[in-house]
Design a protein around this ligand. Structure first.
Ligand code: PLP
Length: 454
């Protein structure tokens, strides 16, 4: 019988993270200061991030050692399984061989603790008291609260108001792991008070919550700010996913023709794909396809502009060159909350610009169609974000059925959907809307981009 699970031993967890910047001939251009729009120095970032993470952000070392204590904590759930989707392949009647890496196996239920654990380790090493952060639907906040307690760190989470009220269970998970959660915008920060004064009924946004978390961090002794996606060091920490998958596919005797993942800020996608893209960058696997999948509600990669933009609404964080739909863009309230960020990791955008990777966007109903089929074939109920990756894999598998090719498809199953059952409920009742995005809405948001010389 064909093998369906490829498992590694605890000691096979990678010992080093892979830094793709080392292998890029044209790495992403530097970040700019949010006020002066001049290149940002490491000193500018010092009040915001732990020093070791700033060092990793700018590092061009190819391999960076994972501290033993971090590895030991990751071993609570890693290495994660690589599974062959045999029953789904059969249901789709495709000759393609489909593999998925199961990141829903972590205690908070997604890939996010891979970086949360590392960030908390460096924060404690630096003697910090705690982290402030933002969360949308609650995935990142729960990953950071989960990790913080192992290091005796406090965790202050600014949770987008609409999610705070609509998704109480993620908040309860964060509080169970010892975090403190406030709805954002809040009256705890100047940024929050200013927004509330203008619009007391606002439903909040990720951009606003980031502004509050940064302000909280820089105004509270012993606190720094933690970010769950987009920047190099986060993507770096996620590469354990792809490094494990490489060993596991070797066990299966296969190599991917196409790697697929959903991308909000790009961290789970980079985590899976960067170790494989290494071989495309160095020319040894020129035909490998890397497919990043986003939501049509927030189409930074497929309809955005490649330009410098602020990472947050209040323009307090670094300015990065990326594909963006504008920092003021407010996406429709699709259930894939993790795919509602206006920008994308600069390193991924560089790869897209240089033709090493491709991007595609889907409406949510088409993704839930496929996620429900996947649940019935493979048993797993995936997060709405993950459903976007499944949708792309499904389309590729059907293309193989048409052409008769038995390609190898590898996708990242970034998280489970056990906190997202209200979304499945709407879908099953036929009450889930698809949103058409007018070009004008993007054009308006793009008018607010900074003017950068050169
Ligand atoms: C947060 C999240 C995402 C999107 O974030 P990336 O940084 O793009 O990976 C995707 N899937 C799940 C399950 C998430 O929690």
């Amino acid at each position: 019988m064909t093998q369906q699970r490829f498992l590694l031993h605890e000691h096979e967890l990678p010992t080093h993270w892979y830094n793709i910047i080392a292998d890029m001939t044209n790495p992403p251009p530097p970040y700019l200061h949010p006020a002066t729009l001049q290149p940002l120095s490491p000193e500018d970032l010092a009040p915001i991030f732990p020093a070791e993470l700033i060092r990793q952000e700018g590092s061009s070392e190819r391999w960076i050692e994972i501290p033993d204590e971090v590895r030991h904590l990751l071993q609570m759930w890693r290495p994660t399984p690589l599974c062959r989707a045999l029953r789904w392949e059969k249901a789709l009647d495709t000759p393609a061989r489909i593999y998925y890496k199961w990141e829903g196996a972590s205690p908070p239920g997604s890939h996010k603790p891979n970086t949360a654990v590392a960030q908390c380790y460096y924060a404690r090493k630096e003697g910090l008291r705690g982290f402030a952060t933002e969360t949308g639907a609650g995935q990142w906040g729960s990953a950071l609260c989960f990790a913080a307690q192992f290091f005796g760190l406090e965790c202050r989470v600014f949770m987008v108001t609409s999610s705070y009220h609509q998704k109480p269970y993620r908040r309860v998970a964060m509080e169970t792991w010892g975090g403190s959660v406030v709805p954002s915008p809040s009256s705890m920060t100047q940024a929050g008070r200013a927004i509330l004064a203008r619009d007391p009924e606002t439903s909040g946004s990720l951009g606003m919550a980031i502004s509050e978390a940064i302000e909280y961090a820089v105004t509270h002794e012993g606190f720094k700010y933690s970010l769950g996606s987009v920047v190099n060091f986060v993507l770096l920490h996620q590469t354990v996913i792809g490094l494990e998958a490489q060993k596991q596919l070797e066990m299966a005797g296969d190599y991917p023709d196409i790697v697929i993942a959903c991308a909000g800020g790009g961290s789970n996608a980079a985590g899976l794909m960067f170790p494989f893209l290494k071989e495309k960058l160095n020319g040894s696997r020129p035909n490998l396809r890397a497919l990043f999948v986003e939501s049509t509600a927030c189409p930074s990669m497929t309809r955005g502009l490649y330009a410098y933009d602020w990472g947050d609404t209040a323009k307090t964080g670094p300015v990065a060159k990326m594909r963006t739909v504008g920092h003021g863009f407010v996406p429709a309230p699709v259930h894939a909350g993790g795919l509602r960020y206006h920008g994308m990791a600069p390193s991924i955008c560089t790869l897209l610009e240089q033709g090493f990777a491709e991007a595609r966007a889907y409406q949510q109903n088409g993704c839930f169609d496929v996620a429900v089929g996947f649940a019935r074939a493979e048993g797993l109920i995936v997060a709405p974000e993950t459903a976007h990756a499944l949708r792309a894999a499904y389309d590729e598998a059907l293309a193989c059925r048409e052409s008769g090719e038995s390609k190898v498809i590898l996708l990242n199953a970034s998280g489970h959907g056990h906190f997202d059952l209200a979304a499945y409920d709407s879908y099953l009742q036929g009450a889930l809307p698809d949103h058409d995005l007018e070009e004008d809405q993007i054009r308006r948001a793009l008018l607010e981009l900074p003017t950068v010389a050169g």
